[in-house]
Write a new protein. Sequence first.
Length: 175
Amino acid sequence: MSLLHLALQHAAASGMGSSAASGAAEKVCALAQDVRDYAESICADLRIQCLALHRAETSIAHSTQPQWQSRTADLYLKAVQNHWAANAGFQRRLENTQAEVTATGAAVAQRLEELAAMIAAAGQTVDATIGAVASNNLIEEVADVFLDASVTAAQGALDDLMASPLILAAERMVR
């Protein structure tokens, strides 16, 4: 049994492909959680703004003075009504934005989790390939093919996945 054969058997037994991919998968899962947390913090800020608008509306509603002269009261009431209408529009926009942020954050996080699962599956594929090569009696004949195809392809795939626009955009969004 050659040294390469022994090394491949050890690599197969220790799950080197899975362990190499697990770090990348964990990073992507952590990024997905960061995206969820960030979306939730934005939504919390939007809820605070909605509450502030509601409080302003309540404050204005309680400040009407019917004993004022009629022309001043009419102008003030018209201003209050305009303010209420503007507040209602702002509240609707804030609520719509909150729903969009929640949906976008969930979609990005889900895609990142799918990406993490793909990375983990790639690691398992590398493990299976190492195991298949290690169990082959003609190890020297397939070693070059394995080294060039499996390891290089797996590393390239992981590099491509980690440099994907989705991950880069999510990292920028979280920062």
